[in-house]
Structures are given as structure tokens and as C-alpha cells.
Ligand binder design. Structure first.
Ligand code: NAD
Length: 257
């Protein structure tokens, strides 16, 4: 198994993409910590996943909670080899109506969360002498823009810069950093957006899916949580610094580099 003996923390893993990554990592032999807002949800997911997974309460926007959660995981597992910074939310408004507090919340979850978890985890990767893998959950919106998503697109573009710096700073320690950029994946995050966008754009929910979300894919298909989890396994198990500072788009051809 590709991740035997490895330990991983996946943020936002009580649901959706993070949950699928945690499951895939556990199946590949890793011990996985599921970090999410609510302890019960994180623990329930850990129990279902099995393989020695644990659930930890963590709001990734809180430095204290991130540091306490990472310390708890290190105590339980003895170290951290893989960080998947995945926790995310979506808020859509036209820019002239975007409440400043909601803009700040978006940047806090996506960017502060990525920064704080990276800052807390890399010292353990450096100290182990085994290196590590840091994976940020970007989006096609790390490359492209869509109306109503000023905060999300800004945050997701920002993760690409962070990954490049972490890859340069981490190289001497064998710590790699990469970004996964999925297209639309049918998770609670996307299900919530469909009626919201229909209302904002004045079109039907069916048209939001066909004419907005999947319009530019090669085949009109959603990306799946499994597609993203396979990519996360590929990055986590890649053995050298040859694959670092990169972003990989998994989107049914919505975005082609
Ligand atoms: P989801 O809503 O199913 O899961 C997100 C998880 O993050 C939830 O369990 C939630 O509790 C957790 N979370 C939210 N705020 C948090 C915080 N402050 N601290 C800790 N946990 C927090 O969403 P998803 O679709 O699985 O999204 C996961 C990631 O994938 C996000 O970063 C999202 O932007 C990205 N993404 C999603 C899609 C998509 O189409 N679903 C596409 C591209 C990228």
C-alpha cells in the first residue's frame, strides 16, 4: 500500500472531497486525522473510515485551535507526513453587494486556514527527516474566474502562490507542496450554490448546472470526489521533489493548461 506507515491530516474531512481523501488515504495504509469544525462530525467520519483514523475539532481560521489540534494529532500519531488543507466554504454575491465581513470570512477559511495549518505542520515534517507532502485544495477557480465569486477566485488563486513558496522553503527538507484544482464536484458545497446562483442569475437550477457549471467541460460531466481523492493520493505518495510547486486540474477539461 502506497501510504503504509504515513500519517495524514485532512482539514474539512467530515464532508465531501476531504472525506473521500481521508478514506482513500486510510485504504492506502495511512493513519488519518479528520479535522473539522464539529468534533462529533469529525469523530463519526473517523469511525466510519476506520484504520486508526481519529477525529479532531478544528476551526482552521483560529491559530489556537489549529495549533492545539495539530499538537493532539502529533501526540496520537507521533508525527505528520501529509497535510491536505481542504476546508472550504462558498459565498456568492456580485462584488458591489459583497459584504466585507463575508469577503474576510472567505479569505480566512481558505487562506488563513492554509497558512496556519502549514505553519503548524511543516516543523514536524522537517524534524522527522522523512520530508512530507502539503496539498492545497484549489479549484479551476485557481486559474479561471466566474461571476459572483470574487472572494473565492481571489482565495483560490492565492493558494497557488503559497504552494510555490512552501515548495521552495520545504525542498531542503523533502517537503513538497502542490495544488489540486477540481472542476465542479457534487458535494454539499455545490448543492447549496445551485439554487443561490439560479436566483442571482435569474435562470433555472437546471440551467445553472448545464449552462454555467458544466458548460465548458468536454463531456458535460461533474468531477467526482473519487477523481479528486485519486489525485490527492498521487501527490501524497510521490516520492521525490520532482513533483513540487505544481497545480493539477481535474475538471473534465473545463480548464486546459
Ligand atoms: P463540503 O461543504 O462538502 O465540505 C467542506 C468541509 O469543510 C465541511 O465539512 C465543513 O465543516 C468544513 N469547514 C468549513 N469551514 C471550516 C473551518 N473554518 N474549519 C474547519 N473546517 C471547516 O465542501 P467540498 O465541496 O468537499 O469542498 C472541499 C474543498 O474543495 C473546498 O476547499 C472547496 O473550495 C474545494 N472545491 C470544491 C469543489 C466542488 O465543486 N465541490 C470544486 C473545487 C474545489
Amino acid at each position: 500500500m502506497e501510504l503504509t506507515g504515513k500519517t495524514a491530516i485532512v482539514t474539512g474531512a467530515a464532508s465531501g472531497i476531504g472525506r473521500a481523501i481521508a478514506e482513500t488515504y486510510a485504504k492506502a495504509g495511512a493513519r488519518v486525522a479528520i479535522a473539522d469544525l464539529k468534533l462529533e462530525a469529525a469523530q463519526a467520519a473517523a469511525k466510519e473510515i476506520g484504520g486508526g483514523a481519529i477525529g479532531v475539532a478544528m476551526d482552521v481560521t483560529s491559530e489556537d485551535e489549529v495549533n492545539a489540534g495539530v499538537a493532539e494529532i502529533v501526540k496520537a500519531f507521533g508525527g505528520i507526513d501529509i497535510l491536505v488543507s481542504n476546508a472550504g466554504i462558498q459565498i456568492v454575491h456580485p462584488i458591489q453587494e459583497f459584504p466585507f465581513a463575508e469577503w474576510k470570512k472567505m479569505l480566512a477559511v481558505h487562506l488563513d486556514g492554509a497558512f496556519l495549518t502549514t505553519k503548524a505542520c511543516v516543523p514536524h515534517m522537517y524534524a522527522s527527516g522523512r520530508g512530507g507532502s502539503v496539498i492545497y485544495m484549489g479549484s479551476v477557480h485557481s486559474k479561471e474566474a466566474s461571476v459572483l465569486k470574487s472572494a473565492y477566485v481571489t482565495a483560490k488563486h492565492g493558494l497557488e502562490g503559497l504552494a510555490k513558496v512552501v515548495s521552495k522553503e520545504g525542498a531542503a527538507h523533502g517537503v513538497r507542496a502542490n495544488v489540486i484544482c477540481p472542476g465542479f464536484v457534487r458535494t454539499p458545497l455545490v448543492d447549496k450554490q445551485i439554487p443561490e446562483q439560479a436566483q442571482e442569475l435569474g435562470i433555472s437550477e437546471d440551467d445553472v448546472v448545464k449552462k454555467v457549471m458544466l458548460k465548458d467541460t468536454v463531456d458535460g460531466e461533474f468531477t467526482t470526489v473519487d477523481d479528486v481523492a485519486r489525485t490527492a493520493l498521487f501527490f501524497a505518495s510521490f516520492p521525490t521533489n520532482a513533483l513540487t510547486g505544481q497545480s493539477l486540474v481535474v475538471s473534465h477539461g473545463w480548464y486546459m493548461q
